[in-house]
Write a protein that binds this ligand. Structure first.
Ligand code: EPU
Length: 417
């Protein structure tokens, strides 16, 4: 077990370079098994979610070579085996093996996925998509078997624009017979990144990034080289941190358009941002105005950034509101922020942050990945010492977070407990 000890109050300056996107790479790795040849993925973040997926590849006898920032995956000797829960429960994205193995072998058996406890997170839309392609789904003691004699293209309407279901259906449909249309598809940049990998492998996918994706099945997928896009949630987290305690803090290697919903909200608060082609420079300001935020699917305000934004809103003069519309249970950071001196009330799916308040360090728990990011920001803003336990959640999604923060002047240490 690890604990993060933060001595807050230092202004941060210098440059933080953003890594490859977690929510992209966690789909790209399972997608690679659809190829019959070697797939090279570069700009791969060194996070525990990546390691957990590589363990699944190795369990399936897929050859994986890790070099600096890149992964070379060769599935030519892959074995079809049931994937047990010791592997799948480590992360949500293990469910992408469902679509990928169904697509390639027409059969997959695996345990339920894990991931952050932030709501019910059913997978009914994924399964509905597989069934529409001709598969049958059985669930015995939480082990799913999805199989088909043949997968045939279909028109699939998603009741909700789910990121996971959109990607999983694409993975299952690329080698199916005929054309699949996903209507009301999710439009997140990670979906475009996955479609680009598949197209580089020889798939025929059009419309990724819009709500209507068309996949024409092909016979075979092959060798390719592909790059992971920058992590927009990591970028947003550090931009928020810069607005709180930055002194010309530069966040580099980003696609600013991917976090426009955040940057326009920050500008509404009165944060001055110097937005370049692939960077943002941000400093802490005074007299921030309160704002109202509602989380939405892309290009709306990302649910993954509402928790990191919350400590910044404690600096605003007045009442800010955050309405969470994607998950039922994404406010677990609030009691800890209140223990640190914030004045935040949660009713139904909305938190009201009453500011300005000063934060003071104390002992807190990272209940999930983005709750953890929120507490790191709060700890760096606070006076005194903050000790965060359950740091493992944070390490699932933020590459070298300690080194990156030390590099811009923060005072923190990861300790074994
Ligand atoms: N949903 C259903 N049925 C389904 C699928 C989803 O009801 O079959 C519901 C979920 O319960 C949830 C909503 O739809 O309430 C959104 O789910 P979605 O499928 O879009 O999310 P996901 O694929 O499970 C990914 C990211 C999340 C991110 C969301 C939304 C990965 C591995 N995870 O989750 O990332 O919050 O999209 O953008 O890509 C994180 O990084 O901290 C994180 C939780």
């Amino acid at each position: 077990m690890k604990m993060l000890e933060i001595k807050g109050g230092n202004p941060l300056s210098g440059t933080i370079r953003i890594s490859g996107a977690k929510n992209s790479v966690v789909a790209l790795i399972p997608a690679a098994i659809l190829s019959s040849e070697e797939v090279t993925i570069c700009n791969v973040p060194d996070i525990t979610d990546t390691a957990a997926l590589c363990e699944i590849l190795e369990f399936l006898n897929v050859d994986v070579k890790r070099a600096t920032e890149s992964l070379v995956i060769n599935p030519s000797k892959m074995e079809i085996k049931e994937i047990p829960s010791i592997y799948t429960k480590k992360l949500r994205a293990s469910y992408y093996f469902m679509g990928a193995m169904l697509g390639k072998y027409k059969k997959v058996t695996m345990a339920l996925p894990g991931g952050c406890s932030i709501g019910a997170r059913p997978i009914n839309l994924h399964l509905k998509g597989f069934e529409a392609l001709g598969a049958t789904v059985t669930n015995k003691d939480n082990i799913y078997t999805v199989e088909a004699k043949e997968l045939k293209g279909a028109n699939i309407y998603l009741d909700f624009a789910s990121v996971g279901a959109t990607i999983n259906i694409m993975l299952a449909a690329v080698l199916a017979k005929g054309t699949t249309i996903i209507d009301n598809a999710a439009k997140e940049p990670e979906i475009v990144n996955v479609a680009t990998l598949l197209n580089n492998m020889g798939a025929k996918i059009r419309g990724a990034g819009t709500s209507n994706i068309e996949i024409t099945g092909v016979e075979r997928l092959g060798k390719c080289f592909h790059e992971v896009i920058p992590d927009r949630i990591e970028a947003g987290t550090y931009v928020i941190l810069g607005a709180a305690i930055g002194n010309n803090l530069k966040i580099s290697n980003i696609i600013p358009e991917h976090i426009e919903a955040l940057t326009s909200k920050l500008e509404e608060m009165g944060v001055f941002l110097d937005i370049g082609a692939d960077y943002i420079i941000v400093s802490s300001g005074k007299d921030y105005k309160p704002v109202n935020v509602k989380t939405q699917t892309y290009p709306g305000f990302a649910t993954d950034l509402q928790q990191p934004l919350t400590p910044l809103l404690t600096m605003c003069n007045g009442r800010s509101k955050i309405e969470e519309t994607i998950y039922e249970n994404r406010f677990m950071h609030i009691p800890y922020l209140n223990q640190m001196g914030a004045d935040i009330r949660v009713k139904n799916q909305t938190s009201t942050i009453i500011g300005p308040t000063k934060l003071t360090g104390t002992d807190v728990v990272a209940t999930d990945l983005r709750a953890g990011a929120s507490l790191v920001i709060a700890g760096l803003m606070a006076s005194g010492t903050t000790r965060i336990t359950n740091v493992e959640h944070i390490l699932r999604g933020y590459e070298n977070i300690v080194e990156k923060l030390l590099g811009v002047g923060a005072n923190l240490e990861l300790k074994d407990i």
